[in-house]
Design a protein around this ligand. Structure first.
Ligand code: CA
Length: 229
């Protein structure tokens, strides 16, 4: 859930903003003093800040400036005077949006939603890299659930992918067919350990040059299988 911090000294306005944002599914905190609000804004994680301009303690200009020094979180500035908006723009404080009192609560909610959506897209584009296993020409992208063998992508069924990934994640470890069946197929599955043999055969056809002399998944006779490192 997105967390919003409202710094607003007029308690009735702060509560009104809070009520509407909470109705829209946001988690909302309010502070009525500029200095206390600034400290919270910098020390806690919020997804959006709504700052009134004229505040006791520290004003909205300064709070916005200090937030921008540390965070890219969206900031919506609220002011009672249209002239102030021009002033804020002129100062180049890095606020993302401006709204003049009195405003309709639905207008406020719409703007908050728009900024959060934009900000989440921005963060999403910097998301961490995929979780990838690479062993001797085999590349398994666990996040995308895709497999390449010597640069060529191969198609695997869900269970084939799970089985290959499990073995590749535990190289040089011998697993019995029973262990593999328990690991990959849940208890409700119909089938038996012969299913494991069938899937190993299918996987080998996709990854091995010569399925009679497997280089990746070895058969340990009388025991089971292991992925050779
Ligand atoms: Ca005020």
């Amino acid at each position: 859930m997105s967390r919003v911090l409202i710094i607003e000294d007029e308690v009735a306005i702060a509560e009104l903003e809070k009520d509407y944002l909470e109705l829209s599914g946001f988690e909302v905190e309010t502070e009525n003093d500029g200095l206390v609000g600034l400290k919270r804004a910098l020390s806690e994680d919020f997804d959006m800040y709504i700052l009134d301009l004229m505040l006791p303690g520290v004003d909205g200009f300064e709070i916005c400036r200090q937030i921008r020094e540390e965070k890219n979180t969206p900031v919506l500035m609220v002011s009672a005077k249209k002239d102030d908006i021009d002033k804020i723009r002129g100062l180049g404080l890095g606020a993302d949006d401006y709204i003049t009192k009195p405003f309709s609560p639905s207008e406020l909610v719409a703007r908050v939603k728009a900024h959060l959506a934009r900000y989440e897209r921005l963060i999403g584009s910097n998301s961490p890299e995929n979780d990838v296993i690479e062993i001797r020409g085999i590349r398994i992208d666990k996040t995308a659930r895709r497999v390449w063998v010597n640069g060529e992508e191969k198609q695997f069924t869900t269970k084939e992918f799970d089985l290959l990934t499990f073995l590749a994640e535990n190289p040089n470890h011998v697993f019995t067919k029973e262990e593999l069946f328990r690991e990959i197929w849940d208890m409700e599955s119909i089938g038996d350990i012969a299913t494991v043999t069938v899937h190993i055969k299918k996987i080998r056809e996709k990854i091995e040059m010569n399925t009679n002399k497997p280089q990746y998944i070895e058969t340990i006779w009388g025991v089971g299988y292991r992925f050779k490192l």
